[in-house]
Design a protein around this ligand. Structure first.
Ligand code: SF4
Length: 359
């Protein structure tokens, strides 16, 4: 409908990766947003209140968080997104509309799909009024076809890591996923992966390893620790270990999209996403990933301020370890709040975990 889309969540990740979040979180805490809730939210709200953003450095001309005409939320990952957008709705006196989705979904049923698809359609009149544009289904189909193409290419990029040695790591993936996250639905995102995929395929064929002398292969579940990508990447590399796959990077693969049935297929794609599924479905998914990527061990990140993307709190690592006879390690940390992360403890735990592989 002609809107330029800005995602506060991506700004949150930028604040984490630039390690600016630790300065901003207390600012949001001071106005009542608890340190226990999403640290993307608290970093972003704190940055807004302090009138600072890493965007200004990356893109001269952007001085602050942009003023929205409308805020559109989807609770499919968590309620925090709604509360976050409601904050900006009050600040900018902009309408906040959205979709309330199902959580803990086992089998995705027609009733689930209908409910989400209808909520999507219900957004149209408000968006049409704000954009002063009539909804054009042909345009939606065109954008969705590009989103589908991007999803397929991104999945293939990630799958190059199934080769041994792997040509890319989870840490590379957290950077390379940028276009699939913020530019999905554009030709540029498709072109980006059309360039990247053959290069990775060639590296896989030539056995050009992301981690020289790769010996062990791990799966990462949960959020990245954005402010520690480099030290963690270097630590695993020093232990000849490659984190070859993750739940996180795969969260931007939406292959259920069907341009001929846009609303139902979008609803299906978002309902099938890992984060909204029951533990049983999540465990089956991880089991398939272990076999596809020939994984030696599972690492769970217990992210203090994101229970929604933390899967280690209800016995999942223990169940998988017992059933699949695969070692697991749970790391305590956070996506953005580095006060919850101990570099020393994490290093010791990972070193011991890798050492255990040799026994
Ligand atoms: S899923 Fe986690 S990190 Fe993402 S917005 Fe929700 S609480 Fe924050």
């Amino acid at each position: 409908m002609g809107f330029l889309v800005y995602f506060p969540e991506n700004h949150g990740a930028m604040l984490g990766a630039t390690r600016m979040s630790t300065d901003f979180i207390p600012v949001a805490n001071a106005i009542g947003y608890s340190p226990e809730i999403c640290s993307y939210l608290t970093s972003d709200v704190g940055a807004y209140l302090k009138k600072q953003t890493p965007l200004a450095k990356a893109y001269p001309g952007i001085e602050s968080i942009p003023k929205p005409d409308v805020l559109v939320f989807n609770t499919n990952q968590c309620r925090d997104v709604y509360d976050w957008f409601a904050f900006y709705g009050r600040e900018f006196k902009a309408p906040v509309i959205g979709i309330q989705t199902h959580r803990n979904v086992g089998t995705v049923t027609d009733a689930h799909i209908r409910s989400v698809a209808e909520q999507m359609k219900a957004l149209i009149p408000t968006l049409a009024k704000i954009s002063n544009k009539k909804f054009d289904e042909t345009e939606l189909k065109r954008v969705l076809a590009l989103s589908l193409e991007c999803s397929i290419l991104w999945r293939k990029v990630l799958e190059t890591a199934a080769s041994a040695p792997s040509p890319l790591t989870f840490f590379d993936g957290t950077i390379q996923m940028g276009p699939a996250v913020v530019m999905r639905g554009t030709q540029q995102a498709v072109d980006y992966y059309k360039l990247l995929l053959p290069e990775l395929e060639e590296r896989a064929r030539n056995k050009s390893a992301a981690v020289p002398d790769e010996k062990y292969r791990f799966y990462w579940d949960g959020m990245p620790v954005w402010g520690k990508l480099r030290p963690l990447s270097e630590l695993f590399a020093s232990l000849k270990s490659c984190v070859v796959a993750s739940t996180y990077c795969n969260s931007w693969v939406f292959e259920a999209f069907n341009p001929d049935d846009p609303f139902n297929s979008m609803a299906k794609a978002y309902l099938e996403l890992f984060i909204v599924r029951s533990d049983e479905v999540k465990e089956q998914y991880i089991e398939r990933m272990i076999s596809k990527f020939k994984v030696n061990g599972l690492i769970f990140h217990d992210s203090k301020s994101c229970p929604n993307n933390t899967n280690s709190r209800y016995g999942m690592p223990q169940r998988l370890q017992e059933r699949l006879k695969i070692p697991t390690l749970t790391i305590s940390g956070d996506l953005n709040d580095l006060r919850c992360y101990s570099e020393e403890q994490t290093k010791t735990a990972i070193e011991a975990f890798v050492e255990q592989m040799t026994m």
